[in-house]
Design a protein around this ligand. Structure first.
Ligand code: NAP
Ligand code: 8YV
Length: 305
């Protein structure tokens, strides 16, 4: 059987399918032809040098900023990811974070648990999620799903990306201008060098004390120190965060703030969606083994198929 390097955990179902076709290893060697990687490991030129016979990498997740895809393509190694199957789940997470911020879900839950309702009366009023101006940074597969799922809340949708898309929402060529107009800035671009600290102190200032930032993209897209400072001093109103710059380490100063909702990178983390991602990841690996083709190569590797 051919040799597969497993980087990070996989479900029992994925492991059963992979081990029926490969011998699985947890360390690199010259005999490895395929790699399975959970979204959180790293594949760089140093690792590729230790895998001279590598043909294909199946990554469990749509974002692949943890893999040097250009270096893989140069060496003829195909990288696959899991687009589309998680759009709906990640969009739900983004909207859930927006609602938790707006309706003070965590504050009011704590209010009831602490017995304050009976002692002090009704909790303070919150803000409505209806009729908000939502600026979506990254109008790709997931950004478009967020816009569609928000429709019952009658938002005015603005979006920013490097180029306009074929959608019915208002394109903003200037990110700061969009941030200034938006009540909520939803961040859903890829990670990596091209988006590093795209949401900087100036963008956060433009969102402002009455505004909310939601990040379900990558922690690297927001200047986290600037965001923490803005949340602490009231220059930014609220933040709903699924992702952080140095996961799983989260700045402890965020734990003391009441104007944040924090999640441990679970945007796609339901049983149903993770099963679909797992199936697609393994389908790609097995299809490559049998036919040298794949279902969902990353853009950098499409010419290799
Ligand atoms: P996608 O379809 O490729 O969409 C990405 C969007 O971002 C496009 O509209 C793209 O438009 C825009 N963009 C890319 N670079 C940009 C830049 N430098 N400045 C402004 N806009 C930029 O990707 P997707 O499937 O929606 O996924 C997006 C990302 O979500 C993934 O890469 C991943 O990092 C993250 N994600 C997170 C979770 C989670 O669990 N929290 C789950 C899934 C995905 P232009 O190319 O025109 O700029
Ligand atoms: C996963 C993700 O958490 O798809 C992505 O880009 O960030 C998430 O869906 C991750 O890939 C699984 O470890």
């Amino acid at each position: 059987m051919p040799d597969l390097l497993q980087i990070g955990p996989a479900t029992d179902e994925m492991l059963a399918r992979l081990s029926a076709a490969f011998t699985l290893y947890d360390a690199p060697s010259a005999d490895i032809t395929h790699v399975y990687i959970n979204g959180h490991g790293t594949v760089d030129a140093g690792l590729l040098d230790q895998l001279p016979n590598l043909q294909m990498i199946g990554s469990y997740g749509v974002g692949y900023d943890h893999i040097d895809a250009a270096a893989c393509a140069e060496r003829g190694i195909v990288v696959t990811h899991t687009p589309e199957v998680l759009n709906a789940e990640v969009a739900t997470t983004a909207i859930m974070l927006m609602m938790a911020c707006y309706r003070e879900l965590l504050r009011d839950d704590a209010y009831v648990r602490a017995g304050r309702w009976a002692k002090e009366g009704n909790a303070p009023l919150t803000r409505s999620c209806d009729n908000q101006t939502v600026g979506i940074l990254g109008m790709g597969r997931i950004g478009q799903e967020i816009a569609r799922k928000l429709a019952p809340f009658h938002p005015h949708i603005l979006y920013h990306s490097r180029s306009p898309k074929d959608v019915a929402y208002e394109y903003c060529a200037d990110l700061i201008e969009m941030a200034a107009r938006a009540d909520v800035l939803m961040v859903i671009t890829p990670g990596g060098a091209s988006t590093h600290h795209l949401v900087n102190a100036d963008v956060l200032k433009a969102v402002g004390p009455k505004g909310t930032v939601i990040n379900v993209a990558r922690g690297s897209v927001i200047d986290e120190s600037a965001m923490v400072a803005a949340l602490q001093n009231g220059d930014l109103g609220w933040a709903g965060l699924d992702v952080f710059e140095d996961e799983p380490n989260v700045p402890e100063s965020l734990f003391e703030l009441n104007n944040v909702v924090l999640l441990p990178h679970v945007g796609s983390g339901t049983l149903e969606t993770r099963a679909a991602m797992g199936s697609l990841t393994v389908d790609n690996i097995l299809q490559h083994l049998e036919h040298k083709t794949t279902k969902t190569p990353v853009p950098e590797c499409q010419h290799l198929m």
